[in-house]
Design a protein around this ligand. Structure first.
Ligand SMILES: NC(=O)c1ccc[n+]([C@@H]2O[C@H](COP(=O)([O-])OP(=O)(O)OC[C@H]3O[C@@H](n4cnc5c(N)ncnc54)[C@H](O)[C@@H]3O)[C@@H](O)[C@H]2O)c1
Length: 312
């Protein structure tokens, strides 16, 4: 079988780490794309990474470019094009800048990579992935947003540290929009099957949930820009589920057509990712408190979406 082609749209902090992981995991040939003003950054990162393959023994090609023709025919696109948050900004503050960028990317993706499975990372996530799907007309199986895997990873880490438990044993799921009212779902959170509520007090859980919700902002406050290692790892987990037909159940931003009572929006829900892309949206039972939190989160997603829809 020919090597798979992985198009990374945006060669900034997350794009660079995505390329690094894709090469390290030998996922396929990597094309790192950015705008013409940043073409040398893309080319430099690509060359640096390709030289690292002399040590790892990976045969993958890594190319930097600002020419969409070089991305043509990609099996998968991971999109980080756009600006990240600065301290004090919310994800929603990025709409004005990132909306024209996602539209430009969508138009080119439709033209050059019509069959690709697409993972959108750019913020505000739920609105950007919605706009990508709307603009390209691609199916909901082919377009997914990355947020829940990252938010769940943060939640799991904070729980593991609180319990001094192995991160391998913690199962945690965060649903809803990728904003400050995301929904950590305690009723499905366990340490190897043991319900988390039996292990951690209510007050402590509340403070861990609060830290999870502000997890992105905590890093922006420390570094002056967005996180990139864990966002890249999260997206690569989704990419591997697609490339290797793993049928993984992952919390991802998916286009809802009535599931959970919501329509015509993207929001974090459990999905199955395999060779068919988003093969299934899994509707799990939520308790009343979780349903109320999901409703609030959906309301916030809808507000940003309304801004996006007005400017079409
Ligand atoms: N979904 C999540 O969980 C999550 C997590 C962290 C960051 N993010 C978001 O991901 C995005 C990227 O973050 P980053 O830290 O890599 O930013 P970055 O600034 O380091 O990189 C973004 C790159 O996109 C490029 N770009 C701009 N317009 C483009 C276009 N039309 N086509 C192709 N590339 C274009 C820029 O030149 C830049 O190199 C931000 O919007 C950030 O908020 C999302």
């Amino acid at each position: 079988m020919a090597r798979r082609k992985i198009g990374l749209i945006g060669a900034g902090n997350i794009g660079g780490e995505l390329a690094n992981l894709a090469v390290a995991k030998q996922l396929g040939d990597v094309v790192l794309f950015d705008i013409p003003q940043k073409e040398n950054l893309a080319k430099g990162k690509a060359l640096d990474l390709e030289q690292s393959t002399a040590l790892s023994g990976c045969d993958a090609r890594v190319t930097g470019t600002s020419n969409w023709a070089d991305v043509a025919g990609a099996d998968i696109l991971i999109i980080t094009a756009g600006i990240p948050r600065k301290p004090g900004q919310s994800r929603d503050d990025l709409v004005a800048t990132n909306l024209p960028i996602i539209r430009d990317v969508a138009d080119n993706a439709k033209k050059h990579c019509p069959d690709a499975f697409v993972i959108v990372i750019s913020n505000p996530l739920d609105a950007m992935v919605y706009e990508f799907k709307r603009r390209t007309g691609a199916s909901r199986q082919k377009v997914v947003g990355m947020a829940g895997v990252l938010d769940s990873a943060r939640f799991a880490l904070f729980l593991a540290r609180e319990l001094n438990a192995s991160i391998k044993d913690v199962r945690a799921m965060v649903l809803g929009g990728h904003g400050d009212d995301m929904v950590p779902v305690l009723s499905y959170c366990t340490v190897n099957g043991v319900p988390i509520r039996q292990l951690i007090s209510k007050d402590k859980l509340a403070s861990i949930i609060d830290r999870t919700r502000k997890g992105g902002g905590e890093i922006v406050g420390l570094m002056g820009t967005s996180a990139y290692y864990a966002p890249a790892s999260s997206s690569i987990a989704m990419a591997e589920a697609f490339l290797f037909d793993q049928k993984r159940l992952l919390p991802c931003a998916a286009y809802l057509e009535g599931e959970y009572g919501y329509k015509d929006l993207y929001m974090g829900v459990p999905v199955v990712i395999g060779a068919g892309g988003v093969e299934k949206i899994v509707e799990i039972e939520l308790d009343d408190e979780e349903k109320a939190m999901l409703k609030k989160s959906a309301g916030s997603v809808q507000q940003v979406l309304d801004v996006v829809k007005k400017s079409t």
